[in-house]
Design a binder for this molecule. Structure first.
Ligand code: UTP
Length: 221
């Protein structure tokens, strides 16, 4: 099976936390040993947002803010790639990523281009690679009826349709946006129709459950 794994910068730590990366390295190694291939897409997290803040304060454009944040995500991705894939470079294009995935059972990349987040990068990779599923490792337990940080009465959904997800998570891109799935990625996923599972990324073993089809997080299909 082909799995695209999107690890949020807010989960990974920025710079990446060794313990969290170890947890993902174990999960990916187990998936590889079961015959699964894994495309890992890493976010820029706090470091990216600090660079965005500096760029904004300097009066730089949104495009420039995004551009600098992409470099932060690639730096995180390089560190993760050293541990997970035994390589120290990361692809900067979808074609480059697909080439690596054709040769290896695991490949890691960060950001792609301004105007999106790595959620969208993961959605594009999943679509172009014909992945069986996309697992978003987020800082929440899944998708809620509303933002649980704003409304304590928000309920976690075990299953949701793509259309309902768009209703809940729709909007527009802005540099540094923090959403369970960014709005551009929601549109991309609506086209790709890849099975999406949103899980709590602080427990990397959850990835195994998601891939094995066990009940976890929110399944979007
Ligand atoms: P990330 O996708 O790196 O966020 O986008 P993250 O840290 O993992 O976020 P969480 O944990 O899911 O919340 C951070 C910022 O980097 C720029 C955008 O400004 C985005 O908001 N970015 C990232 C791009 O412009 N293009 C990309 O391809 C990736």
């Amino acid at each position: 099976m082909k799995t695209t794994l999107r690890i949020g910068g807010s989960v990974l730590g920025s710079p990446p936390d060794a313990k969290v990366v170890d947890g993902y390295a174990d999960a990916v190694a187990q998936l590889n040993s079961e015959g699964h291939s894994v495309a890992v897409i890493v976010g820029g997290g706090d470091v990216a947002r600090k660079y965005i803040g500096s760029a904004r304060d300097m009066g730089l454009s949104s495009y420039q803010q995004d551009t600098i944040a992409i470099h932060a995500s690639r730096l995180n991705a390089r560190l993760v790639a050293m541990k997970l894939g035994g390589v120290s470079s990361v692809p900067t294009s979808i074609d480059g990523m697909l080439l690596r995935l054709a040769r290896n059972r695991v490949a890691v990349m960060g950001g792609l281009r301004p105007g999106i987040t790595t959620d969208t990068v993961a959605a594009i990779v999943a679509q172009r690679w014909h992945a069986d599923m996309l697992v978003k490792c987020s800082d929440q337990n899944g998708i809620y009826t509303e933002d649980p940080r704003k409304n304590k009465r928000a309920k976690k959904l075990d299953k949701v349709s793509y259309e309902k997800m768009k209703e809940i998570l729709g909007g527009t891109h802005r540099p540094g946006i923090h959403s369970i799935i960014d709005p551009v990625a929601v549109d991309q996923l609506l086209t790709a129709r890849v099975k999406l599972v949103v899980i709590n990324g602080f427990e990397p073993k959850g990835v195994l459950k998601a891939v094995h089809g066990e009940r976890i997080g929110t399944v979007v299909s």
